[in-house]
Design a protein around this ligand. Structure first.
Ligand SMILES: Nc1ncnc2c1ncn2[C@@H]1O[C@H](COP(=O)(O)OP(=O)(O)O)[C@@H](O)[C@H]1O
Ligand SMILES: [Mg+2]
Length: 270
């Protein structure tokens, strides 16, 4: 069996019952031009759990999510300060390979965005770029496994050459999840992944997210408190660019400490 000595050392440093934090954010400020969107955000994200980011529209949830795989680098006028570490290493340090980082920290967007390619090629896209397959057989294996893990294989097995854009909305979103999984990420960022989907497709994605946490660390923005309660173990509440409160999801919903959290989870603000 493979043993990660450094990971074990971190586990021991944090106590036997707690896993190491996969992602840590310290003193994060984000500016768009001279407008500050996030103010001194500190947040620790545990491994193999679903962490939900909640809060009113415009409070900085997507901005924070984009910091975690440096997607803000490509946003004009956006500046990020502070330290964000993945497995203890600063992802904003000089010399970090951003393409490699984005393979380790994948992203699924609000609106399913399959490429105008076949189902097969959508999933094979990342592995091709990163040279993960040595042969066609290798690639077939990666594509099939990824579709299987995304809970889509049974529905598309006989039409892998059909365009990804021809699938239903829920299937497209699972295809995007398969595409993210295909490059073997460690963390998957999801920005309101169900907001464009009907309740049945939403339920499927939620079930999938629950399964995926066995193998991945998931950070999900949602505007639905019911969804956060259903699928996440940890919740962070943002308000006006500040991270107001974070903790176990049940605690945030049943015994929030901050008045602003209370007001939000009881539906008084939002
Ligand atoms: N590309 C951008 N350029 C300028 N301002 C932006 C940009 N993206 C977001 N903002 C601003 O940053 C703040 C936080 O936005 P966002 O992170 O999208 O919030 P949320 O996801 O919680 O709705 C908002 O005031 C928004 O208008
Ligand atoms: Mg958003």
């Amino acid at each position: 069996m493979h043993t990660d000595v450094s990971a074990n050392a971190r586990v021991n440093a944090q106590g036997l019952n707690s896993k190491p934090h996969k992602v840590t954010a310290e003193g994060v400020n984000v500016f768009y031009g001279n407008k500050q969107a996030l103010n001194q955000v500190n947040l620790d994200i545990p491994s193999n759990m679903v962490t939900a980011l909640i809060g009113p529209s415009g409070c900085g949830k997507s901005t924070f999510l984009r910091c975690l795989n440096r997607m803000n680098d490509v946003v004009d006028g956006c500046r990020v300060e502070g330290e964000i570490c993945l497995d203890g290493e600063n992802i904003y340090a000089r010399g970090v390979d951003v393409v490699h980082l984005r393979a380790r920290v994948g992203m699924v967007f609000q609106k399913p965005n399959p490429f105008p390619k076949s189902i097969y090629d959508n999933v094979a896209y990342g592995p091709r770029i990163h040279g993960l397959a040595k042969s066609r057989t290798d690639m077939d294996e990666i594509v099939m496994t990824s579709l299987e893990k995304a809970g889509l294989l049974d529905e598309v097995r006989d039409r892998l050459d059909a365009p990804g854009t021809g699938l239903s909305g829920g299937q497209q979103q699972r295809l995007c999840i398969a595409r993210a999984i295909a490059v073997e990420p460690e963390v998957i960022l999801m920005d309101e992944p169900c907001s464009a989907l009907d309740p049945i497709a939403t339920a499927k994605i939620e079930e999938l997210i629950d399964e995926l946490k066995e193998n991945y660390t998931i950070i999900m923005v949602t505007h639905s408190m019911q969804q956060a309660a259903r699928v996440s173990q940890k919740t962070a509440f943002f308000h006006l660019g500040e991270l107001v409160e974070q903790g176990d999801t049940t605690d945030i919903f049943t015994k929030p400490v901050d008045e602003r959290t209370k007001a939000y989870v009881t539906g008084r603000i939002g």
